[in-house]
Design a protein around this ligand. Structure first.
Ligand SMILES: *Cc1c(COP(=O)(O)O)cnc(C)c1O
Length: 380
């Protein structure tokens, strides 16, 4: 791969000699207007009408029946795990190739993560490896799905749609149903990504989005739980708003809740961002196609959306020949003011998760050695 030509190409795309970030937000719509309205109203905090409007806008866009806004994506994941009653002594299966928040949220409940491999095509949880893992290690009993090695109950599976590439939700749902497991979709990176007509995060028991500053749209900090069930939505809202029992003046709380509600100020920004989401997605797709065409003549492989799916191309991903080439490319681009990043260190390598059970992780390791994400901000 010709590094020099690649660097020139990226500079040419972004039309700048300055530093090029990996992913920066765009505020070209009603952000200032809505935030100012919000400030003028004095309702900047836990009460106000932007929260509901933002939730409705995201629910409408994704096709989820309900959206429950939270302070960030990690809080949304933590809440989602509570809603599948994950707790001390339980196990939750997820992928080793993910952002640390996925595993941290599992650990916050007292449950332990168990790692299964991802597939090459979507970089997301592999249905075949999940099936093999469960066939070897799990049995379905009256109590639910039991890990034969630890005798712990496996409560749920968390799939993460890596860098916005839709994972194989349907196949994984079938396996989950067979083993009496709930499916949570960590769709933090995949707002605007679909399997067929289904938006990621809407097919599992619950889905989770993030609106952190580096995601497709941002609220500064924020997240959302997606669900098709009114009952789950009600529980999620209750749990994220200190489990307060509605009353005209009394302060009554019927269970241990969280203060995870998204402030109205952040929702105001989010509503404006949602208005521009279709435009952002269109521009991201154009950028991905520009990269795809350029890299078709290079040795590095450009990751394309799996057949039958539509990716948001949140981050554009290259697969280098090996770890040595990956590191050389990272070194040179970052030194030259072009921000590129590798994949996360596998969760199974981190000190707090090193001792957790895992299946065979060959594809995760192979990808970890080769992934480089290149600048992917929307160009308007
Ligand atoms: C961004 C992200 C989250 C959570 O994000 P917050 O920063 O807490 O909003 C969770 N999982 C994945 C995979 C992410 O990329």
């Amino acid at each position: 791969m010709n590094f020099k030509r690649t660097i020139e190409f990226i500079r040419d795309i972004y039309q700048t000699k300055d530093f090029i970030p990996l992913h920066e937000p765009r505020f070209t719509g009603n952000e200032k207007k809505y935030v100012e309205q919000c400030i003028d109203s004095t309702f900047v905090s836990s009460v106000g009408e932007f929260v509901g409007q933002f939730e409705d806008a995201v629910a409408d866009f994704t096709g989820a029946a309900f959206g429950i806004a939270t302070v960030n994506g990690t809080a949304a994941l933590h809440t989602a795990l509570h809603l599948v009653s994950a707790g001390p002594g339980d196990e939750i299966i997820t992928q080793a190739l993910t952002f640390v928040a996925t595993c941290n949220a599992i650990s916050y409940t007292g449950a332990r993560p168990v790692f299964v491999d991802v597939e090459r095509e979507s970089m997301s949880l592999c249905p075949k490896k999940l099936k093999d893992f469960l066939a070897t290690h799990a049995e379905v009993t009256q109590k639910g799905c039991i890990n034969k090695n630890t005798r712990s109950q496996i409560k749920a599976v968390v799939i993460m749609h890596t860098f916005g590439m839709p994972g194989k939700v349907k196949e994984i749902l079938d396996i989950c149903n067979q083993y009496k497991l709930k499916l949570i979709e960590d769709a933090a990176e995949s707002l605007g990504s679909y399997n067929g007509a289904e938006h990621t995060g809407t097919e599992g028991y619950l889905g989770v989005l993030s609106f952190n500053g580096n995601k497709v749209i941002t609220t500064g900090g924020g997240g959302m739980i997606l669900t098709q069930s009114e009952e789950i939505a009600r529980k999620a809202k209750h749990l994220t708003t200190t489990a307060k029992v509605p009353h005209k003046w009394e302060y009554n709380h019927d269970s241990l809740g969280f203060n995870y509600r998204l402030p109205n100020l952040n929702a105001a920004m989010g509503l404006a961002q949602m208005e521009n989401l279709p435009l952002f997605l269109e521009k991201k797709r154009q950028l991905a196609h520009t990269y795809r065409d350029f890299f078709s003549g290079e040795a590095a492989t450009f990751m394309e959306e799996p057949k039958g799916s539509r990716a948001n191309y949140w981050l554009n991903t290259l697969l280098m020949e090996d770890r040595r080439q990956r590191d050389q490319f990272l070194e040179l681009t970052n030194q030259q003011g072009i921000m590129t990043r590798p994949a996360w260190t596998l969760m199974s390598e981190l000190p707090m998760y090193r001792d957790m059970q895992h299946g065979e992780l060959g594809v995760s390791r192979w990808l970890e050695d080769r992934i480089v994400n290149i600048p992917s901000s929307v160009i308007l």
